[in-house]
Design a protein around this ligand. Structure first.
Ligand code: UD1
Length: 418
């Protein structure tokens, strides 16, 4: 186990390049199971969650090579297993994304219930309802989902909630189903569009990705392809929050600014000046900024994955902010830790009221999940004195070399064994 030791107070300054999106890379890696031809995925972020997914693919018989740090070649020509045990599936939520592709190609799959950040109950009923509508038989036996089918067929599937994972899983299965599948009330996140683009490169026929209705016309087989993963919009937003919190001047590069709009729109509402280019956003030093109310929503609403980081920033605002978390029921774990650092946050159910103050102070805190960990890093960078953040393995699941990138921007951050 490792911890970060951060000495706060230095304004971040310089240019930082954003890595590929973990949440786009995971479903694309899982979708490699759909073809017996080799696939190359570029701009894969080398993160622990990605390596956990690779272990799952290897366990199923895929051969994986890595000519460059962020380029992965996956050969799923000889699948030797159709079961994912608890030891592998429990390592990340994204493990469940292999169910759809395996069911479509192999017709039979057994997978232990997924793990992932402890931010809520995170059921999988919407995924399963989709597979059942497409003709699969699904059973939950001893903590494992066992699904099988003769041949998946097209169906019209209405999702009660626009779940990102369910949309990805069902879309990935439907590409090899017989006939047409329509996903209604589908998630519209950029990661869904990226997956659809990748599947289409492999020969799938998909329209409507990025809207609430996705139509998939099944094909007989998919072929190999090469695809570059989109940049991580949550990493981009995290850098913006960190830059503003420290009064810094940071250019965040290699991004798609449109995908970061829910965050940049909030920053503008907070009177924070930004320069937005074609593939970069630059912050300017500000001495104060306004409090705002924020409600997390499915895309293009404000992302739940940015809520903790924006909350950390709002602890330094002028005024009172109200945060409403509508996606996950347990996503205020950072609040107690931020209060140790001098923040004033009151939680009532799905709402958090943040009273902004001019300063935070260093303290010993613990990262409870990935984005909560990022929020603590932002607070620590802005705080007076030293902050020790433990359990940083959560942060390493979602940010490539966060500490090294921070040092290039002038931050004082050390990684030490706990
Ligand atoms: C993905 C992201 C995660 C992000 C989330 C919402 C990955 C690997 N993770 O998670 O970082 O926070 O989208 O943007 O891409 N739900 C059900 N039944 C289901 C599935 C979901 O009720 O079968 C509920 C969940 O409990 C939650 C809501 O739907 O309340 C959204 O979950 P979902 O969009 O599925 O999130 P994930 O795909 O797990």
């Amino acid at each position: 186990m490792e911890k970060f030791i951060i000495r706060g107070g230095a304004p971040l300054c310089g240019t930082v390049s954003v890595s590929g999106a973990k949440n786009a890379a995971l479903p694309c890696l899982a979708a490699c199971l759909l073809t017996d031809e080799p696939v190359t995925l570029c701009r894969i972020p080398p993160l622990s969650d990605i390596f956990a997914m690779c272990d799952i693919l290897s366990g199923l018989g895929c051969r994986i090579s890595r000519p460059f740090a962020d380029e992965f070649c996956i050969d799923a020509s000889h699948l030797t297993a159709c079961a994912v045990p608890y030891e592998l599936a429990g390592r990340l939520r994204g493990s469940f994304l292999v169910l759809g592709p395996l069911l479509a190609r192999h017709k039979k799959v057994s997978i232990a219930m997924p793990g992932g950040c402890a931010i809520g109950a995170r059921p999988i009923d919407l995924h399963l309802k989709g597979f059942i509508a497409m003709g699969a038989t699904v059973q939950n036996t001893n903590g494992c989902i066992e699904a099988s089918c003769r041949q998946l067929h097209g169906a019209t599937i209405y999702l009660d909630f626009p779940s990102v994972g369910a949309t990805e899983n069902i879309m990935s299965a439907a590409v090899l189903a017989q006939g047409e599948t329509i996903i209604e009330n589908a998630a519209a996140e950029p990661e869904i569009v990226d997956l659809a683009n990748f599947l289409c490169r492999m020969g799938a026929r998909i329209t409507g990705a990025g809207t609430d209705t996705i139509t998939i016309r099944g094909v007989e087989r998919l072929h190999g392809a090469r695809h570059t993963i989109i940049p991580d919009r949550i990493e981009a937003g995290t850098w913006l929050a960190a830059a503003v919190a420290t009064g810094g001047d940071v250019t965040v590069t290699n991004i798609i600014p449109d995908y970061v709009k829910p965050m940049t729109a909030k920053l503008s509402e907070m009177n924070i000046p930004l320069t937005i280019g074609e593939d970069f956003i630059r912050t300017k030093p500000v001495s104060s900024f306004k409090a705002v109310d924020v409600k997390t929503l499915p895309y293009p609403g404000f992302p739940t994955d940015m809520q903790s980081q924006l909350s950390a920033l709002l602890c330094l605002s002028d005024g009172i902010s109200m945060i409403t978390e509508t996606i996950f029921e347990n996503r205020f774990m950072h609040a107690g830790e931020l209060c140790r650092m001098g923040a004033s946050i009151k939680i009532a159910g799905r709402n958090a009221v943040i009273e902004g103050s001019k300063s935070l102070s260093g303290a010993k805190v613990k990262a409870s999940d990935l984005r909560a960990g990022a929020a603590l890093v932002i607070a620590a960078l802005a705080a007076k004195g030293d902050t020790e953040i433990s359990d940083i393995y959560h942060i390493d699941r979602g940010y490539v070399a966060l500490d090294a990138k921070l040092r290039t921007l002038g931050a004082s951050i050390k990684r030490e064994p706990e």
